[in-house]
Design a protein around this ligand. Structure first.
Ligand SMILES: Cc1cc2nc3c(=O)[nH]c(=O)nc-3n(C[C@H](O)[C@H](O)[C@H](O)COP(=O)(O)O)c2cc1C
Length: 318
């Protein structure tokens, strides 16, 4: 296992609840942190931009109150996701608000920038950068990120094409810092498998869409319960970058998931159009066969903890 910064050392379960565009909100983040896993949300989910300050106040105050009452079961730290892409014109504002609240963990995606990393370090925060291959991983660490999120094949939202085995093994040949594995993890056994492979954390997104706290319509949550990996389509049509989506939502939008046209990557955009695309076309990873019901976040994390413990016991008995 690698050396971890103090902020990542004391989780009740080695899990980071990943940021979900539109879907993550303070309610979800707070419940994830109270359950002892890192909770996160994209800064861009707060709209208008001024709302970010209210949300960070709500998260920090609620978690501080929880910690006062539950010193034996303190909350895990939270993370804010910054999309470091040229189309994100709010980055400077959102970074200032993160600085004010000394956000403990910043997750950067779609671009690695030295100035962003330095800013986070200046308030004592930790930067985790998400990557889909070893080349981008090296670049991110060269630019000053503290840790990596390896986004493997089968992840929800923008996903890579690499097997998690290949990705983790290549990164671990040169990097001994914090490393999370992302893609299709939705059970306690899969969390343990990620650790066995060499990752420190499982990075879980789609499973949290089917929770009471997630800001998704009921049809989306139920589609996750009803679907499995056969219903996931990999396409770059909706944002210009390849990602995984639920086929039923593509059909509802009047398109044939089996015959989607290919898009122009230069059209990638995280302004207003992105919100429209992600609202109707439902991003989702391949791991949802493990999701049998919509539940509270607390119940989902309790299940993951139980399964993780059972998987460890099974291996020790073998
Ligand atoms: C609906 C949806 C929205 C997402 N939005 C973001 C985002 O805004 N920023 C980001 O860094 N990753 C985003 N992701 C990717 C997740 O953070 C994470 O990599 C992925 O969900 C992990 O795979 P899993 O869904 O199979 O667990 C999104 C994923 C989904 C399913």
């Amino acid at each position: 296992m690698s050396k971890l910064p103090p902020v990542l050392q004391k989780l009740a379960l080695p899990v980071i609840g990943s940021p979900l565009f539109i879907i993550s909100n303070p309610k979800l983040v707070i419940e994830q942190c109270k359950a002892g896993i890192v909770g996160s949300m994209p800064a861009l989910n707060a709209r208008p931009a001024e709302q970010l300050e209210d949300w960070l106040a709500e998260i920090t105050e609620t978690l501080a109150a929880w910690d006062r009452v539950h010193p034996e079961q303190p909350s895990a730290p939270f993370a804010i996701n910054q999309i470091v892409h040229k189309s994100n014109d709010r980055l400077e504002h959102d970074m200032q608000v993160c600085a004010k609240y000394k956000v403990p963990i910043v997750i950067t995606s779609l671009g690695a920038r030295e100035d962003v990393n330095q800013a986070v370090h200046s308030w004592g925060g930790v930067v985790l950068h998400d990557i889909i291959n070893n080349k981008f991983a090296r670049k991110a660490i060269e630019k000053g990120a503290d840790g990596l999120i390896a986004v493997a094949a089968g992840a929800g939202g923008h996903a890579g094409v690499k097997s998690p085995f290949a990705l983790i093994q290549e990164i671990r040949q040169w990097f001994d810092g914090p490393l999370a594995l992302s893609g299709s993890i939705a059970s306690g056994g899969a969390i343990l498998a990620a650790q066995a492979m060499g990752a420190d954390f499982a990075y879980i997104g789609s499973a949290f869409i089917a929770t009471d706290e997630a800001r998704a319509v009921d049809g989306y949550k139920q589609a996750i319960v009803d679907s499995n990996s056969d219903d996931i389509v990999y396409s770059n049509l909706f944002t210009g970058v390849h990602g995984n989506y639920l086929a039923p939502s593509i059909r509802s939008a009047g398109l044939d998931p089996e015959n989607l046209p290919v898009s122009d990557p230069s059209k990638m955009n995280f302004g207003g159009d992105a919100k429209k695309a992600w609202k109707d076309i439902w991003g989702c990873g391949q791991g949802i066969g493990a999701i049998r019901q919509v539940s509270s976040t607390a119940d989902l994390v309790a299940r993951l903890k139980r399964e993780y413990r059972q998987a460890r016991e099974r291996l020790l008995e073998a």
